[in-house]
Design a binder for this molecule. Structure first.
Ligand SMILES: O=P(O)(O)OC[C@H]1O[C@](O)(CO)[C@@H](O)[C@@H]1O
Length: 448
């Protein structure tokens, strides 16, 4: 079996082998903290063993629920935000058809899947209700805390629509709640109404939860193979846990990005050359942003879709402030092939590509850009993904999770908390007039 590979050979002009040797020691120390569970945030390390030690009974229940939803629903609405949203969407967009929701039913055979509760836009939610129309639908509401405002509002509205359409009892059979096993408003409501529930384990934070029911139920509904996803993650875990630094791609990635950070690179741009990777970039941004951006420290994670963004952000990456390095994700072999054909009259001047497939062109764009950006003083790192499959996506998820644990410890932060996200919530609650926030409200109103 092939594997995810990290390649930093193109950074030769930016970092030396001595620096890697020095950082190797720090990466090894960080790995020890992670694996011994003796570092900051060690009560949130359940994700480390998940690919092997997941709840097998729940896993079967997830598959059963997915089959029921596939049978009785034309639409599934997945309600959640942040880590309770991005992993599922990243996986479904990576694994399924690029136009999944628009495919004719007989080609897709699984429900259309839409997302809600990831903004507070009434325009978006009203639009979604229009799309559902009077078709049969189910809802998977996902919230670890059970109290996050965005998904709670969306759930209230969609629950009402379900209850109007099916009555309270049948509606309850179409609601699947993924939440804490014992606490929180959603858990209480689910117990009262009799919803089927799935668990976000206590020791797995939202952004590390894609391989729990949080990601697995929507991914299974889409028809993707969750056994293969877990098998790939298990390969990622074995390689990350057992290999020495020289063979350990996740450790090397963590080490190299910290070397570059210490040389003044404060932004990491994750680049992809496939539209199906867009939400993997969004998932990665939360994973790295929430894990490392604290205590006035961290590398700012940004993501671009190429070649699309070469025609917008490309100028800045090539030529703007030299504050960044780039991590390019390369899919080594494309799932689909389209050959460029010869035309009698070569008006667009493309006949020199006749007989070549688009993957070849995309690959030349990737390599050409990589060298141009390197020449423009942007160090380029490569993460190579063998194929667009469940197995390698599972491995990629684990690779990035393990690397951020090590990287955060090298940086000297707790990679497993997110104290900063509370500030906007406090202000919003005060402005909304939530009971208990009266003093803060007075202060804020003066400043408006
Ligand atoms: O699953 P919950 O508790 O609704 O939280 C969703 C997201 O909100 C955050 O807590 C940030 O507000 C993220 O860390 C998390 O992924």
């Amino acid at each position: 079996m092939d594997k995810i590979k990290f390649d930093y050979s193109k950074t030769a002009g930016f970092i030396s082998s001595n620096e890697v040797l020095y950082m190797k020691k720090l990466a090894e120390d960080a790995k020890k903290l992670l694996v011994d569970k003796s570092g900051a945030g060690n009560d949130f390390l359940g994700w480390i063993d998940l690919p092997e030690a997941y709840d097998k009974e729940e896993f079967e229940r997830i598959k059963k629920a997915a089959r029921k939803i596939q049978k009785d629903s034309e639409v599934l609405v997945v309600i959640g935000i942040g880590g309770s949203y991005l992993g599922a969407r990243a996986a479904i967009e990576f694994l399924r058809h690029s136009f999944y929701n628009n495919l004719p039913k007989e080609l897709r055979r699984t429900p259309e899947i839409y997302y809600a509760g990831n903004s507070i836009s009434s325009t978006y939610l009203k639009g979604l209700l229009d799309v559902i129309g009077d078709r049969d639908f189910s809802v998977n509401v996902i919230s670890k805390s059970g109290t996050t405002t965005e998904p709670a509002i969306a759930f209230r509205i969609l629950k009402k629509r379900l209850e109007e359409k099916y009555g309270r009892k049948e509606a309850a059979g179409r609601i699947y709640a993924t939440t804490d096993k014992a606490r929180g408003a959603l858990k209480v409501l689910a117990s009262e109404e009799g919803y089927e529930t799935f668990v976000v384990p206590d020791d797995v934070g939202g952004r590390f939860s894609v391989l729990t029911a949080v990601g697995l139920l929507p991914i299974a509904v889409s028809g993707a193979d969750i056994d293969q996803l877990m098998a790939g993650a298990a390969q990622g875990r074995k390689l990350a846990m057992e290999s020495e630094f020289e063979e350990n791609d996740a450790m090397q990635y963590a080490a190299v990005r910290n070397i570059l950070h210490r040389k003044g690179k404060s932004v990491e741009v994750l680049s992809n050359y496939e539209p199906f990777m867009h939400y993997v970039g969004e998932w990665w941004k939360q994973l790295y942003g929430e894990s490392e951006g604290k205590d006035q420290k961290g590398i700012f994670p940004a993501a671009v879709d190429l070649t699309t963004d070469l025609h917008s952000m490309g100028q800045f990456i090539q030529d703007g402030a030299r504050i960044m390095f780039e991590t390019v994700i390369e899919i080594e072999s494309s799932r689909e092939e389209l050959v460029i054909e010869e035309e009698k009259v070569d008006l667009d001047g493309l006949n020199y590509l006749a007989g070549k497939n688009m993957e070849f062109v995309n690959n030349c764009a990737l390599n050409g850009t990589l060298m141009a950006h390197t020449d423009g003083n942007v160090p380029n790192l490569l993460v190579k993904v063998p194929q667009q499959t469940e197995f390698y996506l599972g491995e990629l998820f684990y690779f990035f999770e393990f690397a951020v644990g090590i990287s955060g410890y090298i940086l000297g932060v707790n990679p497993f908390d997110q104290p900063g996200v509370e500030s906007y919530k406090k202000n919003m609650f005060a402005l909304l007039g939530k009971p208990g926030y009266e003093d803060a409200r007075e202060e804020l109103l003066k400043r408006l």
